[in-house]
Design a protein around this ligand. Sequence first.
Ligand code: GDP
Length: 200
Amino acid sequence: AQIKEVEFVKSSGRAKDCPRDARPEFAILGRSNVGKSSLINALVRKKEVALTSKRPGKTQLINHFLVNRSWYIVDLPGYGFAKASDAARMDWSAFTKGYFLNRDSLVAVLLLIDASVPPQKIDLDCANWIGRNNIPMTFVFTKCDKVKGGKGKRPDENIRDFQELIIQNYREHPPWIMTSSVTGLGRDNLLLHMSQLRNY
Ligand code: GDP
């Protein structure tokens, strides 16, 4: 299940410009600042692999990375920029939905959820949209190393709250994995999970 080689293949401005071979792929999606770049870098054990533009309103791209010459990690634009204009938000949804609904080689969406904060409406909306469209999804909870003082809840409590708020569109609840890019928690689990979904 280990990653031996990662090659950046291309950035696509439109879903229909994505690579056309049928190699299986995993799309990584989450709110801006959820820890997506850190997670991708931890997975592939490299710095600065994730290239997605972080600034709202800038061109958003779908980035394909070929792993071990056999499957793709796809870095999708983050959603939920606090400062993004309505136009930029609309762009995000039209463009990303186009990708999800037309991508036969998509094995699963890895939806990143920040476990250090309470459930966020935008994440629930995104998870429910993916669920309603019957797209296979795994919840990848990030920042599970963060321990809140005072009134803040622990990561495991935030995760439980999130799971309880998800509508039950799935015959089975989506699989979920706890991760931390700081401690490396969940890295091997996530790699194993992806290899099981690919069947090798
Ligand atoms: P992105 O916008 O989703 O690509 O998020 P980044 O990977 O840039 O991370 C956003 C912020 O969260 C940065 O300050 C990171 O250092 C921090 N961060 C990311 N992953 C973790 C994690 O697993 N644990 C902790 N404690 N902080 C994290």
